[in-house]
Design a protein around this ligand. Structure first.
Ligand code: FES
Ligand SMILES: [Fe+2]
Length: 399
């Protein structure tokens, strides 16, 4: 495992070469995976305790920056994205001045929801009584204005929500306010790597929502280790991956994993100068809830990214995942139909393979029969760290 602390620009090719070397070492050696220092016991109350759940919803999902989109989804004035998953209904809009603003998706007359879709528009029209708002949030029109004489129109603009756009990534904080989001401080040592990934050049090809009956952290745990792959994904992704081969990198609270596909066999025992060309691939985890899987899976040169975000549901035993697949804009070599088919396949695997197991875990631990301590292995180090980071963020020590 590597612990990253330094900044500076990153050359993705050199980065990938370093990762390949480490993966080849893992393949050749007896120790297949980067390992944590020790086994950590995890009390099942981290999933079932209502007080923790309430603290997670507030301290994490309202107070941490939430990734809502990549910039090309909101490229032009009037483009917008709606975001309800963290709690309050939010709409992010690009103004005529090309800056992004975010607001509660709520009319200031009597509270109706303003927009439901992402269709671009020149302003926002409330469907209840027809008040209109400019892209910049000001109240711009009131039908039958004489009935509202004397109101302070300035005070009736849309309610602001913090938003920031950084290197093609758009973040909000899911509560009203005008504070600045310091994205670089939030990302810390993973910022240079995300800059190199150039996520602002990506076009969204397909998006879906997946619900599950389990605590939200069980959904995230599934994606943070590969120990389960030979069993849960025996007939799908497990077929093309070396079992348990894994390298992990930690960037503060954010992480990266990479595994070895079977074509890494060609690299073992071959001098590095003769390695066939392969491009960067990795799975990036942004605290608290984002997974960015970055590959060149189609033609070896077109970046394809699957972004998945997990959110708590209305109760402690419900969660939701928003999953979307993107490709680098203007890349014809990876036709949209193929990218969409990949998206559907990944969605199917996550739903029917990963989440169906997570739901059995939830059924077993949530019936109140028994608290347990689960031993998280040294190879499950991202799961270990993740629970530690969540506990730290909510200010409640691990039980
Ligand atoms: S609630 Fe929007 S115009 Fe009345
Ligand atoms: Fe999985």
């Amino acid at each position: 495992m590597q612990e990253e602390t330094n900044g500076g620009a990153i050359d993705l090719e050199a980065e990938w070469r370093g990762m390949q070397r480490r993966l080849v070492e893992r393949l050749k050696g007896g120790q297949k995976s980067d390992l944590a220092d020790g086994v950590v016991d995890l009390d099942t109350r981290v999933y079932t305790d209502e007080a923790r759940f309430a603290a997670e919803r507030q301290r994490i999902f309202r107070e941490e920056p939430m990734l809502v989109a990549f910039s090309r989804e909101l490229a032009e004035p009037g483009d917008r994205v709606v975001f309800d998953a963290a709690g309050p209904p939010i709409v992010v809009i690009r103004g005529a001045d090309r800056s992004l603003r975010a607001f509660l998706n709520m009319c200031t007359h009597r509270g109706a929801r303003l927009v439901n879709d992402c269709k671009p528009s020149k302003g926002l029209l409330c469907p209840f009584h027809g008040w209109t708002f400019a892209l910049e949030g000001e109240l711009s029109g009131v039908p039958l204005a004489q009935a509202f004489e004397g109101i302070d129109r300035k005070a009736l603009g849309l309610v602001r929500v913090p938003v920031a756009e950084w290197n093609g990534m758009v973040f909000v904080k899911a509560q009203p306010g005008e504070d600045q989001i310091d994205v670089e401080a939030f990302l810390g040592p993973i910022a240079p790597l995300l800059t190199a990934l150039d996520l602002g050049s990506l076009d969204k090809v397909r998006a879906d929502r997946l619900d599950l009956r389990a605590n939200w952290k069980l959904a995230l745990d599934m994606g943070r280790e590969v120990y389960h792959v030979p069993f849960v994904h025996r007939n799908t992704i497990g077929r093309n991956l070396h079992a348990n081969v894994a390298i992990f990198d930690c960037y503060g609270r954010h992480n990266r994993f990479s595994g070895a596909s079977l074509d890494f066999d060609e690299l073992v025992g071959t001098p590095e100068e003769e390695w066939p060309e392969m491009r960067y691939q990795g799975v990036h985890y942004l605290f608290p809830n984002v997974t960015l899987s970055f590959t060149h899976v189609f033609d070896g040169k077109t970046p394809v990214v699957t972004m998945s975000r997990v959110f708590p549901g209305d109760s402690i035993g419900e969660a939701m995942t928003l999953m979307a697949t993107y490709k680098r804009g203007g890349a014809d070599a990876a036709p949209d139909e193929q990218v969409a088919a990949l998206h559907d396949a990944v969605l199917g695997i996550v739903g029917s393979e990963d989440y169906s197991v997570a739901e059995t875990v939830w059924q077993n631990i949530s019936n109140g029969a028994q608290h347990m301590k689960f031993p998280l292995g040294r190879n499950e180090l991202l799961v270990q760290r993740y629970h530690r980071d969540v506990a730290e963020r909510i200010g409640m020590p691990l039980p």
